[in-house]
Design a protein around this ligand. Structure first.
Ligand code: ZN
Length: 446
């Protein structure tokens, strides 16, 4: 476990890197992009794309065949014609061609790692500048919720704050360098929750950062205790945010949820605005939505992104397993940032009903309509047309709750799917403290 001194150094050091003058200037500069019109944004974006593509051709042997002499105006056409869509396995199989310097990390570069929850972890090299830019984009999003450096904030994510075996407060650490209350999400338990709730109330954060699942667990505890915390904004990230989570969280924990979509590969970044819309940040990367044949689509497709800011290892047309579609129109918030529908989790975790068609998590939430006495749940696909509904029951749980669930599924979700209800003592989080509410543990042959 981290000693207090080491925590001071770790979080104090992070604050120095992340919350300095330069970072404030970057946030200010990014803020100006929010009022740009279409033509100004397009000019900015093409310039950034041009820079990324030129760097890719210069640095990566994989793109040696691409002609280097193209103008800023031609950048998007060159992108589509000369740069193939890359998948994760392409990157893993072409280390020599797609990693700069043969993949050797230079001392001034940072390493990023994907979690590997759904397969082989991937390592990417990051420039220090891209690390600072990332923080600036996150902070620009925070300003959408009125949050600026120096205001108190609480963090309830996967950080190891105190040892798991510790059963007496504090279950938190106050990083005084930037007024951050770091809470241990592993101590959201019957034993520890009351002191955690008291601490948050006393600290009075202007906003909280959390995983959707940790915020939801806290909101459930608040509900059971008949309590409410009034944190103005909750910034969620790193997991899909489901409607049932958003509903309870805004009732019990925070005035407004501001979700953020990003990934370790950092090729796309979308942020939810005050009006609830998800905006792709057009100055972060070049985002395409492509169908299964790699063609642009206005329907649902894969998110494919090209970095603008990580020139240490420019990822070009990198395909993610996440899916969404463009949402036409303008948002009332006034930003000229394109809108997308909520990102529907990882394709690997898509589950299918009795007829073999995908069932959206939003529809799945209807299974729990009017059902009480359940602490935690998980829906897993375990075979063709077969789900396992895993439940951690609350004290009053009975057969009536189970029947209600099955009845809901038959009438509101899918009449033909086979459902097995399994009662568990615990549904563990992943090593990073995240929780996957919908999982597909059965893979169709394809
Ligand atoms: Zn908006």
């Amino acid at each position: 476990m981290l000693s207090d001194l080491r925590k001071e150094l770790l979080y104090g050091g992070r604050a120095l890197v992340r919350d300095n003058m330069l970072s404030r200037q970057l946030v200010k500069r990014l803020g100006r992009h929010e009022t740009m019109d279409d033509a100004q944004l397009e000019k900015l974006r093409k310039g950034l794309l041009h820079r990324s593509l030129q760097t890719a051709v210069d640095k990566l042997p994989y793109y040696r065949h691409v002609p280097r002499s193209f103008s800023v105006d031609e950048a998007d056409v060159v992108l589509r014609e000369f740069f193939p869509v890359l998948e994760k396995h392409t990157l893993l199989d072409n280390h020599e061609g797609l990693y700069p310097n043969g993949g050797a990390k230079r001392p001034w570069e940072a390493l990023g790692k994907t979690s590997g929850t759904t397969g082989t972890p991937l390592v990417v090299l990051r420039s220090l500048q891209s690390v600072q830019m990332e923080q600036a984009f996150i902070k620009r999003h925070w300003t959408w919720g009125g949050y600026h450096d120096g205001m108190p904030r609480a963090t309830l994510r996967g950080d190891m704050i105190v040892g798991l075996d510790q059963q007496r407060p504090p279950f938190w650490f106050v990083n005084r360098y930037n007024r951050q209350l770091l809470l241990s999400s592993r101590h959201l338990t019957d034993n520890c929750i009351d002191s955690i709730i008291d601490k948050i109330e006393h600290f009075g954060p202007a906003m909280m950062q959390a995983y959707p699942s940790t915020a939801y667990t806290l909101a459930q505890y608040l509900e059971r205790r008949g309590k409410k915390l009034k944190i103005p904004f909750l910034f969620t990230a790193s997991e899909p945010l489901y409607p049932h989570q958003q509903a309870l969280v805004t009732e019990r924990l925070a005035g407004q949820v501001m979700d953020m979509y990003g990934m370790a590969e950092r090729v796309a970044f979308a942020t939810q605005c005050e009006h609830g819309e998800m905006h792709v940040n057009p100055d972060y990367s070049w985002v395409e939505i492509l169908d299964d044949d790699g063609k642009p689509t206005s329907g649902y497709g894969h998110i494919v992104g090209t970095t603008f800011h990580n020139l240490a290892m420019p990822l070009v047309r990198y395909r993610l397993s996440d899916r969404t579609r463009w949402k036409p129109g303008r948002c009332a918030c006034g930003r000229n940032f394109p809108m997308i529908e909520p990102v529907t989790g990882k394709l690997e975790d898509e589950i299918t009903g009795g007829d073999g068609n995908p069932v959206s998590p939003s529809v799945l939430t209807f299974a729990f309509k009017g059902v009480e006495n359940i602490r935690k749940s998980q829906v897993a696909q375990v075979g063709p047309g077969h789900w396992e509904l895993r439940l951690v029951p609350d004290k009053g749980y009975s057969n009536a709750d189970r029947e209600k669930l099955l009845d809901n599924i038959r009438h509101l979700v899918d009449a033909t799917v086979r459902v097995t209800v399994v009662v568990r003592n615990e549904l563990p989080n992943t090593a990073a403290g995240k929780f996957r509410w919908v999982v597909n543990e059965w893979r169709p042959a394809a």
